[in-house]
Design a protein around this ligand. Structure first.
Ligand code: PGA
Length: 264
């Protein structure tokens, strides 16, 4: 089974409408439609609507960076997955900045994952241990708890469509940006797949796309995307620079071509 490599740009709280539109023009010049790579942009929620009119949907897809787990109601300032369903194919859920700065619990993340799926949006569930948890030897427990709770309200069929991004908090550029070793990452990617296989069966585990995120740049991407079992990357700061981001997409093209040849 050949899965498309998924490269996701998380623009976080950067770029207004005009700046986003300029970056997208540059990306259109440098990134072309490709059979084996899917490129997803996650701009600010404000920009989703205008970008959806500018984007070549054959080349780029859109993701929300977050949304509320309720479909509608008196929740001042919030946006629901229901409101986003015509605009985005994906939603980043449970990013460590949401868990840490906005106190999102395991249960909040679980409810958001369920809400996304209910609204036909594919969750990109972020999991990852903090520096302290790593030092304490708690990585496996943390990942296991985050994965099992987040998926606990989904059926095995729904889980097949979910994307999981392993983002060790200590490796995210704005939280320290330590460069994670591909061998360490592989262990956690394997653990994520094994956790899903144990709970929901091999088929779900094989279908789920598991990404890596944390200081992915043009320089580090080749090592990360070559990890066996790594289905793509979630890119933060490097995604704000069109040269960096298009070269990460290029690496994905090249590596996925290799895969195609191997599999015939
Ligand atoms: P980074 O961010 O690539 O800047 O480390 C990744 C993320 O936070 O998703």
């Amino acid at each position: 089974m050949i899965k498309k490599t998924l490269i996701v740009a998380n623009w976080k709280m950067h770029l207004n409408t005009h700046e986003s539109s300029l970056l997208v023009k540059r990306l259109h010049d440098h990134i072309k439609q490709h059979r084996t790579v899917e490129v997803v942009l996650a701009p600010s929620v404000l920009v989703l609507q205008p970008l959806s009119l500018e984007l070549d949907r054959r080349v780029f897809r859109l993701a929300a960076q977050d949304a509320n787990a309720k479909d509608e109601g008196a929740y001042t300032g919030e946006v629901s997955f229901t409101m986003l369903r015509e605009l985005v194919q994906y939603a980043i859920i449970g990013h460590s900045e949401r868990r840490i700065y906005f106190a999102e619990t395991l249960e909040t993340v679980r409810d958001k994952v369920q809400a996304a799926v209910r609204n036909g949006i594919t969750p990109i569930l972020c999991v990852g241990e903090t520096h302290q948890e790593r030092v304490n030897g708690e990585t496996s427990r943390v990942i296991h708890d985050q994965v099992t709770t987040a998926l606990s309200n989904l059926t095995p069929e729904e889980i097949e469509d979910v994307v999981i991004a392993y983002e060790p908090v200590w490796a995210i550029s704005t939280f320290g940006g330590e460069i994670a070793k591909p061998t360490d990452i592989k262990k956690v990617l394997d653990l994520i797949r094994k956790t899903i296989a144990d709970l929901y069966g091999d088929q779900s585990a094989q279908h789920v796309r598991v990404l890596y995120g944390g200081s992915v740049s043009a320089d580090t991407a080749p090592g990360y995307l070559a990890i066996d079992g790594c289905d793509g990357a979630l890119v933060g700061s490097a995604s704000l620079n069109y040269k960096q981001f298009s070269s990460i997409v290029d690496v994905a093209y090249r590596l996925s071509h290799g895969e195609e040849e191997i599999h015939g």
